[in-house]
Ligand binder design. Sequence first.
Ligand SMILES: *Cc1c(COP(=O)(O)O)cnc(C)c1O
Length: 458
Amino acid sequence: MSELTKIVLSERDMPTHWYNLNADLGAAGVELPPPLHPGTGQPLGPDDLAPLFPMALIAQEVSTERYIEIPEEVQEIYKLWRPTPLYRARRWEKALDTPARIYYKYEGVSPAGSHKPNTAVPQAYYNMKEGVKRLTTETGAGQWGSALSFACQMFGIECKVYMVKISYEQKPYRKILMQTWGATVVPSPSDQTNAGRAILAADPNSTGSLGIAISEAVEEAATRDDTKYALGSVLNHVLLHQTVIGQEVIKQLEVAGADWPDVVVACTGGGSNFGGFAFPFLRENITAGKQTRIVAVEPAAAPSLTRGVYAYDFGDTASLTPLIKMHTLGHDFVPAPIHAGGLRYHGMSAQVSALKEAGLIEAVNVRQRAIFEAALSFTRAEGILPAPEPSHAIWGAMQEALACKESGQAKTIVFNLCGHGHFDLSSYDAFLNGRLEDYDYPEEAIQESLKRLPQLSG
Ligand SMILES: *Cc1c(COP(=O)(O)O)cnc(C)c1O
């Protein structure tokens, strides 16, 4: 029998439950510090989150149930693109001249072109079930905004997206995609919220940041009864929804007759594609004695996991969100405009941060020219054009494959190709024409921002 190149599951093999890592953290000796109220510094209760999120999602946020059933209506929509394919990167292995076996999970087949609809759909669903009429959110380059616009359209909910201004102006196509799916898109900072007006008063030319856009979206949801807020990464329930990815990969590797992976690699912005892909493998490390190395790759221009401190910080610039213990560059972090690789958030998922602290996962950062070089090497062999974000994972997998070439070991490497790059061609253009410069986020800037971390008594 010839070996499979593309491993596809049928709809009937789609996971029916999400996997909740919180159920197994205790067995791994990892403690997850609770989120704190931004005003009092006390642990948050469900009522504190009720203005922003529906009760079903708040319950998932704190659940320790190992498996949570995926509602029928959500499964029906997942079936528009799930299960997603797993590929053996045979041609790329040859190009790299490595004895390693490389597999990649491809989430770019979703309507929005990334993994983000995996959580956008259940989030819109639970809001609809609880009678919510409008959702607000923020988006950077537009991946999350387009996923939520699509999901809201599926359930007849209005969607308003605060889009980081520099992307709104420089990357119009995802804005148009959001509008095509019926959303309203506003460049942030805007004059529609107190948070936005305050930023504009201080700096009328502000190009915006994810932290600022979150402040605007949260403020609008908190001050309107018919409106709630949706976040595309970082929170436990978001990573939970993404675990359909890793669960499918485990089944697909079995179908392929592959060895259990020696190493799995994913990129990290807020941690959602990484968590969704890697947590089912981590479960096997914790509960079944497997020893897969789990590697997170992030940009040198926004290195929260590798160079940030592990501390309580706000999720947004205007200090409106709960405090989360996470690896942070400081909540007023603004990424350098020359950074084209995505993954621009100042913080990191509490779960991913705690795992890093406990030594259960590894993290590395990489400069942007290297990730585009890796992306070219990959796309010229495999054809699929990766977004800059998963190109960090491609780079990580490539380092592992080249190490195998040195050592002669035929390791099994699996990475998450979490989105296509069809809307990122201007960044490829900059790289191909030598206009892309490397950039390390300066240590002084990190130290400056960290001075403004919230001071907690006790
Ligand atoms: C949003 C996004 C990311 C970063 O977010 P995570 O929560 O870290 O996954 C990475 N890749 C793609 C394609 C995205 O759309």
